[in-house]
Design a protein around this ligand. Structure first.
Ligand code: FWK
Length: 482
């Protein structure tokens, strides 16, 4: 497959589209012109892009849960509850795991079983099976903009149905929904398939309907160095802009050290804007999202609220445009709507208390400089490997280990770079492997980890990585020896 970072031609796009819409019976209900009219008939208050752009201007941090259940009526009830009782500023529709794997037959069985048992037998909303009109029932019963959240390597049919169904934001990307989500899907495949998703988004934009795109920031959510996740987010934003996306939210998963997390988020939004400008995409609105702690959660709900409050504080102090909210049921599984709403109200309270504050310090400026230097090193090397073509560069960068995501299931991931926390819990590079950091930044990371080793009276080693992975389950951030 010959991947190039070039806007798909109409012939190419519409050629693929014909095949995509035949993948499941509900695809036949997608009618682009009718869908555009439908979007234009929606009140502007239901536009995700508009609400994010306004929040960015007002420097507000919006709160958004994850949520999805099998049946339409139940899903509407859930989202109305999160809107009204959870005070959600933005709403999700989290898609079920079968749909994410294009296993619509099994999703159909799940729907039937959910009807039979009157319980959600799917861990999300099977939007492809419910189809365009099923999705529109969701949108028409809510006042708040709704985003599709999932983890789908081949999301083309899901996009067609969800866009025609009235959703105005869509998560994912060719790297971020492959490397952390799939074992054996070639990157060429997902980069190409997500060019389709972004081209469809661009075609909606060109018809006057703005749809927000959000690369999936946290990746594996396990000790991912901020510069690595930032680099992937920036690259996916650039790939999306080439296809005509005009409204993008770049994301970051909270790692645990306050200064590093605030620095990472600020650098992410600023660098995304800088790279878009540098490569000629002037008219793209960039916003940011912080994902509250993606690691293991305490079972005890009071302790879970502490973790949720902590993530809320980071989002507020970083002036993130949006924060994705966890729930006190995180350790158990899919939350009840009451628990989900509690997570939202806890977040709302913490953010409103910090709304007028912003973290400023020399330590923050140093951390921003470190993360910026590391991120640029990865992004620029990716462009270089592609000889200026970013899509080609991504394929080669992953093969070469320039982009290397820790603890990723994908067999295409290089998997040699090793992260570990430093003495203050910031995530550093223990072993950069092929990540092309300049020597001074390699030395900085090594110095930080050596300092931890000295404080813990042990050698810097892989044991630190293991200890850090398990620390969370013991309610700690840094995996210090006993
Ligand atoms: C990216 C993983 C996150 O998505 C959350 N998640 C997955 N499916 C659902 C769901 N159906 N409702 C609420 N939260 C969900 C999960 O709890 C975890 O925090």
């Amino acid at each position: 497959m010959d991947i190039r970072n070039k806007k798909l031609s109409d012939d190419e796009f519409y050629g693929i589209r014909k095949e995509i819409l035949e993948q499941w019976p509900t695809g036949k209900d997608v009618d682009f012109d009718e869908a555009i009219e439908y979007h234009k008939s929606m009140p502007e208050t239901k536009s995700f892009s508009r609400k994010l752009s306004a929040a960015k201007k007002e420097r507000k941090t919006l709160i958004q849960p994850r949520a999805g259940v099998a049946l339409i009526d139940e899903h509407i009830k859930l989202l109305q509850y999160l809107q009204d009782k959870g005070e959600a500023d933005l709403l999700p529709t989290t898609i079920d795991s079968y749909t994410r794997q294009n296993r619509y037959e099994e999703a159909e069985v799940g729907i039937k079983e959910s009807i039979h048992t009157q319980k959600s037998m799917l861990n999300g909303f099977p939007a492809v099976n419910h189809g365009v009109y099923g999705c529109r029932q969701i949108i028409e019963n809510l006042d708040t903009p709704v985003q599709v959240r999932h983890g789908t390597p081949d999301a083309r049919l899901l996009t067609e149905i969800c866009y025609a169904g009235g959703f105005t934001s869509y998560e994912g990307g060719g790297i971020s929904y492959n490397i952390p989500y799939a074992k054996d899907v070639p990157l060429e495949r997902t980069i190409y398939d997500w060019q389709y998703v972004d081209r469809l988004t661009g075609i909606y934009e060109e018809a006057g309907v703005s749809i927000n795109r959000e690369p999936y920031g946290p990746l594996t959510g396990t000790l991912v160095p901020p510069s690595m996740s930032n680099a992937v987010a920036i690259i996916e934003a650039l790939l999306a802009a080439e296809q005509g996306v005009k409204n993008v939210t770049v994301g970051y998963g909270q790692c645990g050290n306050l200064v590093q997390d605030v620095a990472a988020l600020r650098v992410l939004e600023e660098l995304t804007e800088e790279y878009l400008e540098k490569y000629g995409y002037e008219d793209v609105t960039v916003t940011s999202v912080l994902h509250q702690w993606m690691g293991g959660f305490p079972q005890d709900e009071a302790k879970a609220f502490a973790v949720i409050s902590w993530g809320s504080s980071v989002a507020a102090l970083a002036k993130a445009t949006k924060v994705i909210v966890k729930t006190p049921h995180e350790a158990i599984g899919v939350p009840t709507m009451e628990a989900n709403a509690q997570g939202l109200r806890c977040t709302k309270q913490a953010i409103s208390l910090l709304a007028d504050q912003e973290l400023k310090s020399s330590a923050l400026e140093l951390e921003k400089a470190i993360i910026k230097g590391e991120t640029c090193a990865i992004v620029d090397k990716t462009f270089e490997l592609g000889m200026g073509d970013l899509a080609l560069g991504v394929i080669r960068a992953v093969k070469a280990g320039v982009i290397d995501i820790p603890f990723a299931p994908s067999k295409y991931n290089f998997g040699k770079m090793l992260p570990a926390r430093d003495h203050e819990g910031a995530v550093r590079y223990l072993n950069t492997a092929h990540v092309p950091l300049p020597q001074e930044l390699i030395d900085f990371n090594r110095g930080k980890i050596e300092h931890r080793a000295k404080m813990e009276k042990r050698k810097a080693s892989f044991q630190m990585v293991i200890d850090d992975v398990y620390a969370i389950s013991k309610g700690r951030l840094v995996g210090k020896p006993k």
